[in-house]
Design a protein around this ligand. Structure first.
Ligand code: ATP
Ligand code: MG
Length: 266
């Protein structure tokens, strides 16, 4: 069996081929020992590990495994997944919304990390829990879908009252900047969760659009488990990216890019 593992800050992503079929699995980082035991029990296997926790996982293995730099693995995996989608892009901006957000410029098949932001999936989970007490990721994203950000976020058109604004009035002037303290006691979990996703999505896409200009490319590929079962984040990122003049693309199984890339070098 050929196994690629991306052990990230929050989730361990596993890609493996068995009888010619590609499989994907993911586990919380707290289950790293169980993942190590699964690998240790494989009889005939080639393994390559990447991600920030690759050293921890390696230390739990009783067999040899290759290790590779996460950014290289992610880029290779993205190329593989693009081909699976029937695309042949070799130049684009790549934004990986993991626990944190990492931004890469890919030009003629070479990747360079050009920046990032600490606003990412970890912010989504952390702020959501702090504001609403909801601890389960699936519950967070399901509730957020039903929420409106209208009472929490301040739009440009709210500031330019009775006047035509010089930029789109629909842009957010200030996330969480509306008169929230007047309604704080009434705000529902759904509204708060939607606003947190709005904050994360708009920050990630705004930073990405600026980075895409620096990279001379208008295609932005978004990956990372933060988009998993999270249509609201996709919607915010997609519409904000388009509004700001770039072209967003969400990769199928994009959260497995690192794991697939690690597997592909074996
Ligand atoms: P990094 O690359 O920054 O080291 P990572 O590789 O662990 O972190 P991802 O797996 O791409 O990051 O994304 C983690 C994010 O995905 C979480 O912060 C959360 O927003 C979201 N997520 C999706 N599914 C889950 C889940 N089952 N449990 C917790 N978070 C989840
Ligand atoms: Mg990661």
């Amino acid at each position: 069996m050929i196994v690629g593992i991306d052990a990230g800050g929050t989730l361990i992503k596993v890609a493996y081929t068995e009888n010619g079929t590609l499989h994907f699995d993911k586990y919380p980082i707290a289950e790293i020992q169980q993942v190590a035991s699964w690998v240790n029990d494989l009889s005939d296997s080639d393994i390559c590990i990447t991600g920030g926790k690759s050293g921890v996982l390696l230390s739990l293995l009783d067999k040899k495994a290759l290790e590779m730099v996460e950014f290289e693995a992610t880029h290779l995996g993205v190329q593989f997944l693009l081909e699976k989608m029937g695309r042949d892009d070799d130049s684009y901006l790549l934004t990986n919304v993991g626990t944190g957000t990492s931004i890469h410029c890919v030009e003629n098949n070479q990747q360079e990390r050009i920046g990032g932001t600490g606003i990412g999936g970890g912010t989504l989970v952390g702020l959501s829990r702090l504001l609403t007490g909801v601890m389960d990721y699936e519950e967070m994203v399901a509730l957020a879908r039903k929420g409106s950000r209208d009472r929490i976020d301040l739009k440009v058109k709210h500031i330019y009252e009775g006047k035509t604004p010089p930029i789109s009035g629909e842009l957010t002037a200030s996330n969480f900047g509306n008169k929230i303290f007047e309604v704080a006691h009434e705000l529902s979990k759904e509204e708060l969760l939607a606003a947190v996703i709005g904050l994360v999505g708009e920050t990630v896409s705004t930073v990405s659009v600026h980075a895409a200009k620096q990279c001379n490319n208008s295609t932005i590929i978004y990956i990372g488990s933060s988009f998993f079962h999270n249509p609201l984040l996709k919607e915010v990122v997609e519409s904000y990216t388009v509004l700001r003049g770039a072209v967003p693309l969400f990769l199928e199984n994009g959260e497995y890019s690192g794991a697939v890339g690690a597997m592909s070098v074996l």
